[in-house]
Design a protein around this ligand. Structure first.
Ligand code: FE2
Ligand code: FE2
Length: 154
């Protein structure tokens, strides 16, 4: 099915964001692993894997719409050098992602592609959950102090 060009471009823009998130979250997970925070590492890695599934679904959809998935482009990565920076940077990326998905859902509706809109809405629910998970971590760091929080993450 020949899809709307503007929507295909937007899906490629979302794909670029997902590929960026996969790498940022994976590196944060590996840094935490290296510091011995295994529990926190898994928390970061699970999000990275979910973003991989999102990238997969976007590629499938772009191909279905007879577009070309662009996998060679990455957005600027914001790698945190401490745990609070990692959590804050990932939170900021989720906030941007939620805005991007909402914009794309609006465009899909405007061009009358409701199936694409529904796929984007499903992904958006995961991004909402991600933002919430990161806010939980921010709250825990604030409330417990960083030192106590980290002692719960080994
Ligand atoms: Fe995602
Ligand atoms: Fe996400």
């Amino acid at each position: 099915m020949k899809g709307n060009e503007k929507l295909i471009d937007k899906l490629n823009y979302l794909l670029e964001g997902e590929l960026t998130a996969i790498n940022q979250y994976m590196l944060h997970a590996e840094m935490c692993e290296d510091w011995g925070y295994g529990k926190l590492s898994k928390n970061f890695k699970d999000r990275s894997i979910t973003e991989m599934h999102h990238a997969e679904r976007l590629m499938e959809r772009i191909l279905f719409l007879e577009g070309t998935p662009i996998v060679s482009k990455l957005d600027k990565m914001t790698i945190g050098s401490t745990v609070p920076e990692q959590v804050d940077n990932d939170h900021d990326l989720e906030t941007k992602t939620i805005k991007d998905y909402n914009d794309a859902i609006k465009l899909a509706s405007e061009v009358g592609d409701n199936a694409t809109r529904d796929i984007l809405k499903q992904i958006l629910m995961d991004e909402d959950r991600h933002e919430d998970e990161l806010e939980e971590l921010q709250d825990q760091i604030d409330q417990m102090t960083l030192q106590i929080f980290l002692s719960t993450q080994v």
